[in-house]
Design a protein around this ligand. Structure first.
Ligand SMILES: *Cc1c(COP(=O)(O)O)cnc(C)c1O
Ligand SMILES: [Zn+2]
Length: 445
């Protein structure tokens, strides 16, 4: 074992601000900035980049939990536990076998948009159907350890556009910890609402939007009533960053030219950057891919800031969008995302309702099955290819963030042609017929 450690530090590295990862603290007490989980990179360097690659390769195929341990665990997050949460005790790991997701070569769709080497990283292929599981396994595990250490944590809580609450409720239930979720009433899909209910969470449906829920849960966490499980909490990002490790491994550490992610609260884009940066620092990869953060045009505060070259993101009121999980006007991780963009020569692109619905329909027809958020990222890549930023020889990865089956409402309405303001040109409705051979034959002709 190598001696490595982690701690929470200020995003702006204010002097003397250091906390144990088990402390319920989410902002710097000096500047009110966000916190980072900071690893002892020098200690990690005592193992060479090539040796890390071999270790991870050896674990990828089978069960893994640390050097030894009673539980057979197949998790892409805990495969790299030294880089995620070193020192966490085996018995506190709360995992459902998340990560190790597939990478699909989207051959036909890629060819149709001028990106022959287009890949989709299937992060929606996960226990609760979204990438949020990757972060939640880390956060809930650390909370389990904190509780075991005697920290008084009454309940875990989050505001959510749907997927965070599904993941938190499930991992909380797995750990036997109480969960409270604050949801914007009527603004998430049926499947997403059912998930935390079924997992037994206390679900508070509020007459506000996500940003309103976020403000409330932030205040509850501040006074210590609950433990905050939103991605403002840096522990989440430690799990989510493992997508970068998996991608690099899948490409034999020759990283793609562009990685596109649908972006709302902006934690995931920063997590991807953190993963890439760590691999760069430890010598596993030689360069940074460019990040493409893709927003719905109706919820695009980062896109606006990027266009204006602004140094900060100005909050807006996000409008309703089919990409409901990224309907966020006041993204908590905006400073983090701006840093990720700066460090990766990143780009922000947006997609209209029509563009995202059409991209989803065309992608689905090539065998993919994409949620509306993933469609936003696909549409963004398509626009960048049209504009010449992405060229034919570039290798591009779109991170698919959720399982499309969480959003059947969207697909049903598309194929029924009942989506407001969308042309639904590729709708494929069932053909209703009498059950006779003649009628069926006629339909086939
Ligand atoms: C949470 C989520 C996102 C956005 O991630 P952020 O970290 O909030 O930017 C994108 N797609 C889906 C399906 C999500 O659930
Ligand atoms: Zn600070």
């Amino acid at each position: 074992m190598i001696a490595s450690s982690v701690e929470l530090r200020c995003f702006h590295r204010c002097d003397g601000v250091r906390f144990a990862v088990t402390e319920p603290v989410y902002r710097c007490p000096r500047c009110r900035g966000l916190l980072d989980v900071v690893h002892d990179v020098d200690a990690l360097r005592s193992v060479s980049g090539d040796e890390w690659k071999l270790r991870f390769a050896a674990r990828a195929g089978g069960p893994h939990i640390g050097e030894r341990g009673p539980k057979a665990l197949r998790s892409g997050v805990w495969d790299r536990r030294e880089w995620v949460m070193p020192g966490l005790r085996d018995e506190h790991i709360v995992s459902m076998g998340e990560g190790r997701s597939h990478l699909t070569l989207a051959e036909r769709h890629g060819a149709s948009i001028g990106v022959p080497e287009l890949y989709v990283k299937q992060c929606g292929a996960s226990p609760t159907g979204s990438f949020k599981d990757l972060g939640m396994t880390v956060l809930v595990s650390v909370v389990k350890e904190a509780v075991a250490e005697g920290r008084p944590i009454r309940a875990l809580a989050c505001a959510s556009t749907g997927d965070t609450s599904a993941a938190l409720a499930a991992y909380g239930a797995l750990a036997g910890l109480p969960v409270v979720v604050l949801l914007p009433r009527g603004k998430i899909s049926t499947a997403q609402l059912v998930q935390p209910l079924a997992s037994g969470a206390k679900v508070l449906a509020l007459d506000t939007d996500f940003d309103g829920c976020m403000q409330l849960v932030d205040a509850l966490a501040e006074d210590g009533s609950v433990y905050l499980a939103n991605s403002m909490n840096a522990l989440r990002l430690e799990g989510q960053k493992t997508v970068a490790f998996e991608l690099a491994q899948d490409f034999a550490y020759e990283v793609p030219d562009f990685i596109a992610l649908p972006s709302g609260n902006l934690g995931n884009g920063y997590a991807m950057y953190l993963g890439l940066r760590l691999m760069l620092e430890l010598g596993l990869i030689a360069r940074m891919p460019r990040l493409v953060l893709a927003q719905a045009a109706r919820a695009n505060p980062l896109y606006r800031a990027f266009r204006e070259g602004a140094a900060t993101v100005t909050p807006i009121t996000a409008e309703p969008t089919l990409a409901s999980a990224i309907r966020i006007g006041n993204p908590v991780s905006a400073p983090r995302a701006l840093r990720a963009l700066e460090e990766t020569s990143g780009i922000v692109e947006q997609a209209s309702e029509e563009e995202l619905a059409d991209a989803a329909a065309r992608a689905d027809r090539t065998g993919l099955s994409v949620c509306p958020h993933t469609a936003v990222a696909l549409a963004a890549v398509e626009k960048l290819a049209k504009g010449g930023t992405i060229e034919r020889h570039h290798r591009v990865v779109v991170v698919s963030t959720a399982n499309a089956l969480k959003f059947t409402d969207f697909k049903v309405r598309y194929h029924e042609r009942t989506l407001d303001g969308v042309r639904c040109e590729r709708a494929n409705a069932p053909i209703e017929l009498p059950a006779t051979l003649d009628a069926v034959r006629a339909a086939l002709d």
